[in-house]
Design a protein around this ligand. Structure first.
Ligand code: SF4
Ligand code: FES
Length: 249
């Protein structure tokens, strides 16, 4: 395949970016999207030009770093996949592909397609954990019975990889799907209940401090989430938040 790429280039956080055209030839439809980007970068380096900066790590849909907006969708066409799981067979010879960073005020651009998603880390640090006393006789986790449905729903919520596609696709740049997944994975389990009240209050407070917008129930986040995180998590977080607010000391 021969393709035309239109890629957002931005030298640094304060620079004015722009779309730049590239032509790439002999792309195999067996290549992954990131392999195609690797080939482009090798060509740019050979010509003495600056390669396109983009995040990637596991390349198997686990780490959540490979965040790109491709033809107007986070992680590109296809459902339930990350950019690293996208293959060039989804495109055809002669196509023009638009490649942009995830855009949100809370995700400032570092360079080209790389954005700073440390806001997610700070939300996690505000409450996305369970405190466990590891010195002494910790109770065996299997000794605490958990209803099967709750265990399944907690597991589904825990599959969020923190990629930020939900924020990038939301017209409000809301992080509610991400935060609600991180709240739900503990709220559903008995081990998460002792800290549940502080967790939801602190994580939502940090989410607001980071400048994410609010949810207006359009559901774009659920459609574009590569891990199928359900909107039900947002409803659960809202219930948890209301209950914690009304009973806060
Ligand atoms: S909820 Fe989905 S889209 Fe949002 S960060 Fe988690 S995995 Fe990514
Ligand atoms: S590189 Fe890890 S999810 Fe894509």
């Amino acid at each position: 395949m021969n393709l035309k790429l239109k890629i957002w280039r931005q030298a640094g956080p304060q620079d004015k970016g722009k779309m730049v055209d590239y032509a790439i030839t002999n792309v195999s439809d067996h290549m992954s999207f990131l392999e195609m980007m690797d080939v482009l970068n090798e060509e740019l380096i050979t010509k003495g030009e600056d390669p396109v900066a983009f995040d990637h790590d596991c390349r198997e849909g686990i780490c959540g770093t490979c965040s790109m907006y491709i033809n107007g969708e986070p992680h590109g066409p296809g459902r339930g996949i990350t950019t690293c799981q996208l293959h060039m067979r989804e495109f055809k010879d002669g196509d023009t592909i638009y490649i942009e960073p995830f855009r949100a005020n809370a995700f400032p651009i570092i360079k080209d397609l790389m954005v700073d998603r440390s806001a997610f880390e700070r939300i996690q640090q505000a409450g996305g954990y369970v405190s466990v006393n590891t010195s002494g006789n910790t109770q065996d986790a299997n000794a605490i019975l958990v209803p099967k449905d709750d265990a399944d729903n907690a597991f589904d919520a825990a599959s969020c990889i923190g990629c930020g596609a939900c924020v990038a696709t939301c017209k409000n740049s809301s992080a509610m799907l991400f935060v609600s997944a991180k709240v739900s994975q503990f709220a559903l389990l008995p081990q998460g209940r002792p800290e549940a009240k502080n967790r939801v209050l602190n994580m939502v407070h940090q989410m607001d401090l980071e400048g994410f917008g609010n949810c207006t129930n359009t559901g774009a986040c659920e459609v574009e989430c590569p891990k199928g995180i359900s909107l039900e998590n947002i409803a659960r977080m809202n219930r948890e938040y209301l209950s914690a607010s009304l009973t806060a000391e």
